[in-house]
Design a protein around this ligand. Structure first.
Ligand code: B12
Length: 352
């Protein structure tokens, strides 16, 4: 079982920790204001708040690796936007001071997580290699889609997919093998400051609209079974494409599915389940960010309070921690869609 006491205290103190970190850094290095300007200061405050949210999530999960992965991600984001690696290190040192001197309660665990990340920081890369392997046939297709999308030509991306489907590629392979590297590459390009947020938004919207064009082939494609799945993203979670992929994949495999989209408060999920004419056999919860571990836990607790429906968890977050699903008390957890079906079938069979 996870304990949220320390994480909750950190979340409550986040504005104070951010102000104190900024205070230490600008006092130690008054030239920062000349180098990054007022705008830099505002963004810096936002970044610290975001870092405290990730740190709180790592503390919730009792897992320093979650924060270390976050810092590795942050280093690439900042260095690709012109921040010197030494400035990232100094900021983390100031955060340790703020946690030790300015936040209420004993924050030694949180400070030790930052310290570990600080020690690893010099070895963390400043760039990420492409997710596309040049000789991989599905990555070549994903790359072609991406080329169309970055030209704001969604029709070209759709034609690429139409062609491979016409040539015999099953929709399940599009969902499991083409979509994830395509979206991860879009994320990498954003992270490395090579494309804008606007490009990412265009690509995400276009991909969703292209995939919905295949729905008439999908619904009713397989022999219907009696098994049903409800899929939701936890409260605060805006990444919905992965969760939608899970719903689509199960639908393709004959399950009856309900996809509830992004950002669902626990009480609304529980109300929906209690009012449903037929209870789902399985609930799938998706989360991406360490900051959402606390919401995963409260959603699981709310479901458990009112039913005994098995729950599986997944999403990008679970790449960072293999043990997280078990710590959350979920019945199963994976980071890739392909593995989810077998786990789900076994869980539902065991229940009957
Ligand atoms: C598109 C996108 C967005 C869009 C989402 C639009 C939408 N309608 O979904 C928007 C603009 C909203 C967004 C916002 C943000 N994003 Co974003 N986003 C992405 C991006 C590029 C693609 C996500 C995606 O669709 N992936 C494709 C799907 C298929 O993969 P997936 O989600 O991992 O799902 C697979 C598995 O995990 C699994 N799965 C998923 N859910 C479940 C559930 C169960 C039960 C199971 C079994 C399996 C399972 O199945 C799927 C198929 O294999 C990723 C890059 C990436 N690496 O994924 C960044 C990424 C996740 N985002 C990131 C960030 C930082 C953000 C923001 C904080 C940016 C900001 N400053 O505002 C916000 C946070 C919003 C929030 N509160 O949630 C970072 C996260 C880094 C980190 N340290 O955690 C990433 C990794 C980008 C990057 N490389 O820097 N984002």
């Amino acid at each position: 079982m996870l304990n949220f006491e320390v994480g909750d205290r950190l979340r409550a103190a986040a504005p104070r920790i951010a102000e104190a970190t900024l205070g230490y850094d600008y006092a130690r290095r008054p030239d920062l204001i000349d180098r990054y300007g007022e705008y830099g200061r505002t963004r810096y405050r936002e970044d610290i708040l975001y870092s405290v949210a990730a740190l709180s999530g790592a503390v919730d999960a009792d897992d320093p690796d979650i924060f270390q992965r976050y810092v590795a991600w942050l280093k690439v984001v900042l260095v690709c936007r012109g921040v010197a690696p030494d400035d990232v290190a100094e900021s983390l040192r100031c955060m340790v001071s703020a946690l030790s001197n300015d936040a209420p309660g004993d924050n030694s665990i949180a400070a030790s997580y930052v310290q570990v990340a600080l020690e690893e920081l010099p070895a963390m890369p400043i760039a990420i290699a492409s997710f596309f392997e040049p000789a991989n046939e599905v990555h070549i297709i994903a790359h072609q889609c991406l080329t169309g999308l970055l030209r704001l030509d969604a029709a070209a991306a759709r034609e690429t997919l139409d062609d491979v489907i016409a040539a015999g590629m099953p929709l399940g392979r599009i969902f499991c093998e083409i979509l994830p590297p395509l979206m991860r590459e879009i994320g990498r390009l954003w992270q490395m400051n090579e494309i804008s947020v606007a490009h990412e938004h265009y690509c995400s919207a276009a991909v969703q609209s292209i995939l919905s064009g295949y729905y008439d082939r999908m619904f009713g494609a397989a022999q219907r079974s009696e098994r049903s799945l409800l899929v939701a993203c936890v409260e605060g979670e805006q990444h919905e494409i992965g969760a939608r992929t899970i719903a689509d994949l199960f639908e393709l495999n004959g399950w009856r599915t309900g996809f509830l989209g992004a950002n669902l408060p626990p009480r609304d999920l529980v109300t929906l389940i209690s009012q449903a004419p037929r209870k789902p056999d399985l609930i799938a919860l998706s989360a991406t960010m360490p900051a959402h571990i606390v919401k995963l836990a409260s959603t699981i607790a709310a479901i458990r309070d009112s039913s005994n429906i098995p729950i599986i968890v997944g999403g990008y977050l679970f790449q960072a921690s293999r043990s997280l699903a078990a710590k959350l008390g979920a019945d199963g957890g994976v980071s890739e869609a392909g593995e989810a079906l077998a786990i789900a079938e076994a869980l539902v069979a065991a229940k009957r």
